[in-house]
Design a protein around this ligand. Structure first.
Ligand code: PMV
Length: 336
């Protein structure tokens, strides 16, 4: 039996502009996780059990572009295994044997916390290890990106990267493969000079990243000079934010978050529910607030002094948030 878990993530700065080659900063959120367990079974075939979504099915009964089928089929297609010994036994499994893949996740779906990428990464790692051919991080990230593309159209690759490497990532989309970045294919991480506290507030509205990305593209196509300028402004904010985080100048981050949110509003990817939570957090003493991820729902993030975390979270719940998480971004990356 093999088990693998992958964290959620938040984008601190730079979403949407990152699709147009500007940098973005993201960190893992380890309090929420997706977990995949693969175990041998005497039944032939690949059995998928995802109790959270009420799914229990054999792989071949799912439509090929089902998110779970897509990732599992990709793992089988890339492993250098001998050809399948029988039609009912996929390559990599002993003849006549099957396996059960159980998937659970505490990451809210369609809310900007990277749930899709985390489920993909957990499955890729657990299944490739079960088949005796564990894949290196770069391949894991590549495969998860392939699946993201199926569902999000033109993703930048930031989600699969931060979720695979589980550390703070300074991300710049590269071509042609978004998973090979930095020198020698290394992901570029950044130092966290001093810990800082973030309250994550969930609007409870599930939002389609594909749609918001496509709407921003429509705006960009209609007036490229204007939007290139906006994306440059976002890029500048990201560089300043990285410097502030690395030097531990946390107070400087707040205004940068506010400016970034304003530009996201200009891109039309905020919404009344997000803006209401953003305003509430500001009024309750947050140092800076913005939406995080694709927008139009999903989550917002508020930078707070540690003693303000609880009051801001409570205020967000009274203003309609469906759930809140308090996280501390630390040097090790991880959010505790
Ligand atoms: O909604 P999320 O967390 O998957 O974030 C999407 C981030 C975007 O920049 C809007 C799109 C992308 O692919 O980078």
């Amino acid at each position: 039996m093999t088990t693998s878990s992958a964290p959620g993530k938040i984008i601190l700065f730079g979403e949407h502009a990152v699709v147009y080659g500007r940098p973005a900063l993201a960190v893992p959120v380890t309090q929420v996780q997706a977990t995949a367990t693969v175990s041998a079974t005497s039944r032939t075939g690949i059995w998928i059990e995802a109790p959270d979504i009420g799914l229990a099915s054999e792989l071949s009964r799912l439509v090929p572009d089902h998110p779970l089928a897509a990732v599992i089929n990709r793992v089988f297609s890339v492993l250098p295994s001998p050809p399948s010994p029988s039609r009912s036994t996929p390559a990599g499994l002993p003849k006549g044997e099957g396996c059960t893949i159980t998937i659970t996740s505490t990451i809210p779906v369609a809310s900007g916390l990277g749930s899709g990428a985390a489920v993909s990464v957990a499955i890729i790692r657990a299944l490739s290890a079960f088949l005796g051919q564990p894949l290196p991080d770069e391949r894991v990230s590549d495969l998860a990106y392939e699946v993201e593309k199926l569902h999000h159209g033109t993703p930048s690759g930031i989600d699969n990267t931060v979720v695979t490497y589980a550390k703070p990532v300074y991300f710049v989309k590269t071509f042609p493969s978004p998973s090979r970045r930095g020198i020698g294919g290394e992901v570029e991480t950044f130092r966290v000079g001093a810990p800082f506290t973030i309250v994550i507030g969930d609007t409870g509205l599930s939002a389609s990243t594909k749609e918001s990305v496509s709407d921003v593209r429509t705006l960009w196509e209609a007036d490229q000079p204007r939007w290139e300028k906006v994306f440059n402004e976002v890029g500048d904010i990201v560089q300043k934010a990285r410097r502030a985080i690395e030097t531990g100048n946390i107070p400087a981050l707040g205004p940068l978050m506010d400016e970034n949110h304003k530009l996201l509003q200009e891109m039309t990817v905020s919404c009344a529910e997000l803006d209401q939570l953003v305003e509430t957090a500001r009024r309750s003493g947050a140092l800076g607030v913005k939406l995080s991820g694709g927008g139009r729902g999903g989550n917002m993030i508020a930078l707070v002094r540690p003693d303000k975390a609880e009051p801001v979270a409570v205020a967000l719940m009274s203003a309609g948030a469906k759930r809140t998480l308090i996280t501390t971004v630390k040097q090790t990356s991880e959010v505790a």
